[in-house]
Design a protein around this ligand. Structure first.
Ligand SMILES: Nc1nc2c(c(=O)[nH]1)N[C@H]1C(S)=C(S)[C@@H](COP(=O)(O)OP(=O)(O)OC[C@H]3O[C@@H](n4cnc5c(=O)[nH]c(N)nc54)[C@H](O)[C@@H]3O)O[C@H]1N2
Ligand SMILES: Nc1nc2c(c(=O)[nH]1)N[C@H]1C(S)=C(S)[C@@H](COP(=O)(O)OP(=O)(O)OC[C@H]3O[C@@H](n4cnc5c(=O)[nH]c(N)nc54)[C@H](O)[C@@H]3O)O[C@H]1N2
Ligand SMILES: [Mo]
Length: 680
């Protein structure tokens, strides 16, 4: 008899879908979207509808492995769990006895579950006194920009986009990376809404919008300031809203008046009329909604760009309507009890140094010094594939290849990172463990119950840290908590756990139009155009356009700007090894505009070198109108070992940081491209 188990999609995507897994005699037959969950609406993306292919993949790691050959040789031998855990604990103890800060966790959002991400792991590393990891690789520039302006990662309720009359899809390829939002946008379109896509790449989403504004990467703040200029000049302003619910209007007004559309058009590389038309539409259409996404903040000025854009809805009073305003991330709405879950009290007064995950390449190569602290001697990697996803991979690989570095990787698969491990520990997939999920694209809590027993000898991340804690002699009772108990701890009494057990999801009780009467969660309670907090740090109190670190046209040797947004059928570097999905993507490609291709004698299908001072990678060129002149698109994120020359796009990206949030600048990168003669 088949049974159906309620769960949640674990992947790093704004949609966080509710899943139904059909199980027969302990075997998961299929995974579907839960029709009872409104946002999922019974539909899944191609990737996750094949989740059972991932769980039962023939190449899944199903037992602990220990390195035998030299680092990176790829030679491992199977070991029992006890032997592996004893070996790891023994090594960590020796390092910790000198300085626990020489041990570093490295994790991101392989699973977004509150329990299998940092639930037990944070307790373990706090108790150990390991270095903190600054988890910046995706969203901190925009997150900080938003928080300085609106007070948190808060915004419109996503369902009301369906009622908007104008939607700006800004720095988001929604069809690829936010499919359930796209369904709402289409509903709005059918009701007469106008859709505008703001993106240097002519994405699948841009194809389906009424208008596409193909600005240069990293110029969004200039566009936003010019829109403000037009709102002011034409008096398309909601004076009452500005007066009642904002802070710093006079300063912002003065700043925006320095940005006539002609100036922004020059910076953005777009026609003046596109700006003036967009300003008119935004200033005169009600309700107007902005779906901002993280694609536009992976550049030097990403934080300021988000600040500038986040000012727009207040200027026109868009927040008054439930279908007006802006959504970048909804995650700030969730009342997660981090103190109870992560137990920072286990630090017991110690204040370990912090390592930024973006600069792991450089940091693994640093020696002990007063400024840096101890050399990194051990890395515990879980829920992440840094060798493929972190910038400037030449450095990252060199760091991971250090013979004296002790690396443990908890994984489903033999990733590029696992290749460089000392121990690989088999992790359970979402079908095999408990978890509880927040979302950054909607405001429902989802519970994930295990549908099947762990495959092979796989264990949940939590269990690995529980077992390591015991071997390290950490005897606090919190290391005994079961996964179900951890699930209950995440929200405490703030969410009815019995309802989650019964239905699989619960909707947070939030107002339909959160800022219709102001009430922003900032210090002033207003939308802060001017940030006293930033000014106190010696930074600009007002948002501004900050040019890229690597401005297009500034280098004769590297004249092309490169962005590297995700391929539709992968999720960052996850799923690259699922053959049916890899077959759809084909092989790594670089999209290049016909003019740029012609100037270099490059034809579609030809192998090219993409290079700068940081390195070089190779893939096939695709001459395509999806690329604008001067900008090439290296779709990501392939596993290095599956690429033609054993590298991927991050071979050329840089470890420089954003203006706010210490984030990465993946899309702020100059390169040159050249054809490779066949046979070379
Ligand atoms: N299918 C799929 N879905 C995913 C992911 C995936 O890898 N695959 N990744 C997930 C993750 S981790 C995240 S963070 C989100 C990311 O999803 P998004 O936040 O949507 O970000 P990106 O996909 O990085 O970029 C979105 C668009 O921004 C454009 N862009 C690049 N530079 C600029 C710029 O300077 N200005 C503007 N306006 N646009 C720019 C890119 O061309 C791209 O089309 O998606 C999640 N969903
Ligand atoms: N050039 C370029 N680089 C980028 C980006 C880009 O757009 N361009 N995007 C950036 C962004 S937005 C992000 S978020 C990062 C993403 O970087 P990562 O968070 O590292 O994401 P993934 O590459 O998906 O790797 C996640 C790994 O976790 C594993 N995993 C999944 N679930 C579990 C589990 O339950 N337990 C354990 N132990 N492992 C698990 C998966 O098998 C997978 O190998 O990449 C960044 N890198
Ligand atoms: Mo991300």
């Amino acid at each position: 008899m088949d049974s159906v188990v309620r769960g949640a999609c674990p992947h790093d995507c704004p949609d966080t879908c509710a899943l139904l897994t059909t199980v027969n005699h302990g075997v998961a037959l299929r995974v579907q979207g839960n029709p009872a969950h409104r946002h999922t609406d019974g539909a899944l993306c191609t990737k996750v509808s094949r989740y059972t292919e991932r769980s039962y993949h023939p190449e899944r790691i199903l037992q602990p492995l220990r390195r035998v050959g030299p680092k990176g040789s790829g030679r491992f031998e199977p070991v029992g769990w006890d032997e592996a855990l004893d070996g790891i604990a023994a090594r960590l103890k020796i390092i910790a006895s000198r300085d626990p800060q020489a041990i570093l966790p490295y994790s991101y959002a392989g699973t977004m579950g509150q329990v299998q991400s940092e639930g037990m792991a944070a307790r373990f590393f706090h108790r150990l006194g390991a270095s903190h990891l600054d988890r910046t690789i995706c969203a901190t520039a925009g997150g900080e920009g938003l928080t300085h302006t609106l007070g948190g990662k808060v915004g419109m309720k996503v369902e009301f986009f369906a009622e908007a009359q104008l939607i700006l899809i800004w720095g988001s390829n929604s069809i690829a990376s936010n499919l359930h939002f796209w369904r709402l946008a289409q509903q709005a379109k059918r009701n007469g809404a106008r859709l505008v896509c703001i993106d240097p790449r002519r994405s699948e989403t841009a194809d389906k919008c009424h208008e596409h504004i193909a600005l240069r990467p990293g110029t969004d703040a200039a566009l936003a300031l010019a829109l403000m200029h037009e709102l002011i000049v034409h008096d398309w302003l909601d004076h009452d809203y500005i007066e009642q619910h904002t802070l710093g209007w006079e300063g912002l007004r003065e700043r925006a008046l320095q940005w006539p559309p002609e100036r922004a058009a020059e910076v953005c590389g777009i026609p003046v009329q596109q700006i003036t038309d967009l300003a008119r539409a935004y200033g005169t259409t009600k309700p107007a909604a902005i779906r901002l996404n993280y694609g536009m903040q992976r550049v030097r000025g990403g934080g300021n760009a988000v600040r500038a854009i986040a000012c727009l809805p207040a200027l026109v009073g868009a927040w008054r309507h439930r279908a007006g305003g802006l959504l970048l991330s909804a995650s700030g709405h969730f009342p997660v009890d981090r103190a109870a879950l992560h137990r920072p009290d286990l630090l017991a007064g110690r204040t370990p140094r912090t390592i930024n995950m973006v600069t792991i390449g450089d940091d693994l190569l640093r020696e002990t010094s007063a400024a840096f602290g101890p050399k990194i001697e051990a890395l515990i990697v879980y829920n992440s594939n840094p060798v493929a996803v972190a910038p400037e991979s030449g450095q990252v690989v060199q760091g991971f290849a250090r013979e004296d570095l002790f690396t443990v990787v908890l994984e489903h698969f033999q990733t590029d990172t696992a290749d460089l491990a000392d121990y690989i520990l088999p992790a359970t997939t979402q079908l095999e463990h408990w978890d509880i999920h927040t979302s950054y694209g909607h405001t429902d809590v989802l519970l994930n119950r295990p549908a099947i027993a762990p495959v092979g000898q796989a264990r949940p991340n939590t269990e690995v840290f529980r077992q390591l804690a015991r071997r390290m002699g950490f005897d606090e009772p919190c290391f005994q908590d079961s996964d179900e108990a951890l699930c209950r701890t995440v929200f405490g009494d703030a969410v009815d756990f019995d309802q989650l057990l019964e239905h699989g999801f619960a909707t947070l009780p939030l107002p339909e139009a959160p800022f219709a009467q102001g009430g922003f969660p900032t210090a002033s309670g207003r939308c802060e155009f001017f940030s006293a907090r930033l000014a106190a740090q010696g930074l600009d109190g007002l948002p501004d356009h900050l040019p890229n670190h690597e401005v297009a046209g500034s280098s004769a040797r590297y004249p092309l700007a490169m962005i590297s947004p995700p391929a539709r059928n992968f999720l960052n570097s996850s799923f690259v090894n699922v053959k049916s999905l890899r077959d759809i993507e084909g092989e790594p490609v670089l999209e290049i505009h016909a003019d740029d291709a012609q100037a270099r004698g490059i034809a579609s299908g030809q192998m090219v070198r993409i290079f700068n001072d940081r390195g070089e990678y190779r893939c096939k060129a695709k001459v395509s109108p999806r690329a604008r002149p001067g900008v090439v698109n290296g779709l990501g994120i392939w596993w290095r070992k599956l690429g033609p020359a054993g590298t991927n796009v991050n071979q050329v990206t840089s470890q420089r940081l954003t203006d706010l949030g210490r984030g990465p600048v993946f899309y702020d990168c100059l390169v040159e491209v050249a054809g490779v003669a066949t046979g070379s």
